[in-house]
Write a protein that binds this ligand. Structure first.
Ligand SMILES: Cc1cc2nc3c(=O)[nH]c(=O)nc-3n(C[C@H](O)[C@H](O)[C@H](O)COP(=O)(O)O)c2cc1C
Length: 177
C-alpha cells in the first residue's frame, strides 16, 4: 500500500480473528518499530513478542478483553534511565509498528490506558525488570467485523498560518473526508 493510504486506513480495532501470523511479518513489524526516530538516537527500548496462548489470555483478563482474541501481542519495554525522552521514543515506535501492521493486512490497537494501572503486575507476569517501564502493548490479529469510519478533526479547524489567529487555507483536494 502507498504510505498515505496506510495512514488513512489505520484504525484502532478491538475485535480480532485468530490467524497464524507468519514470523516474517512479526519481524517486519519489529523492524518498523526499530527504525523510528528517538531522542539522540538512544533507542531506550526493547520489544517482547508474546505468542503463548495462556499469556495472551491472561493479558485479556488482566488488561483489556480484546487482547485475548489476538494471535500475537507485541509489547514495548522502555528504559527511563537511558533517556528522558523515553515516552516520546516509544510513542514513535508504536506508531511505526501500527502502520506496518496495517500495511501487512492486520489490525491492532494502542493499548496503554488500561495497561498503566496494571503495569506492576504485568511486568511481574512477563518477568520484566522492575526498573523498566511497560506501558504499551499491541494486540495483533485479523480484524473481525466492520471497522467504523474515522472521526477526526478537520485540518482546516486546527491549522494556523504564520500567526495563531490566521486561518491556513486548505486546498479542496486534501480537506478531510
Ligand atoms: C496514548 C494512547 C493510549 C491508548 N490507550 C488505549 C487503551 O488502553 N485501550 C484502547 O482500547 N484504546 C486505547 N487507545 C486507542 C485510542 O482510543 C484510539 O487511538 C482513538 O480512539 C482514535 O481512534 P483511531 O486509533 O482509530 O484513530 C490509546 C491511544 C493512545 C494514543
Amino acid at each position: 500500500m502507498e504510505l498515505f493510504e496506510v495512514i488513512e486506513k489505520r484504525r484502532s480495532v478491538r475485535s480480532y480473528e485468530k490467524y497464524d501470523i507468519p514470523k516474517k511479518d512479526i519481524e517486519k513489524i519489529l523492524k518498523a518499530g526499530s527504525l523510528a526516530p528517538s531522542g539522540r538516537n538512544i533507542q531506550p527500548y526493547e520489544f517482547i513478542v508474546i505468542d503463548d496462548e495462556k499469556i495472551i489470555k491472561k493479558l485479556g483478563e488482566e488488561v483489556q478483553n480484546c487482547i485475548s482474541e489476538a494471535s500475537v501481542v507485541i509489547g514495548i519495554i522502555a528504559d527511563p534511565q537511558m533517556s528522558k525522552y523515553w515516552l516520546e521514543d516509544i510513542s514513535a515506535v508504536t506508531e511505526n509498528m501500527l502502520l506496518a501492521i496495517e500495511d501487512l493486512g492486520y489490525a491492532s490497537c494502542w493499548i496503554e490506558g488500561t495497561l498503566l494501572p496494571k503495569e506492576k503486575q504485568i511486568k511481574e507476569l512477563l518477568k520484566i525488570p522492575e526498573e523498566k517501564r511497560f506501558i504499551i502493548i499491541l494486540p495483533i490479529g485479523k480484524a473481525k467485523g466492520e471497522i467504523p469510519k474515522k472521526s477526526k478533526k478537520d485540518i482546516k479547524e486546527i491549522t494556523h498560518h504564520n500567526f495563531y489567529s490566521n486561518k491556513y487555507f486548505i486546498a479542496d483536494s486534501v480537506k478531510n473526508k
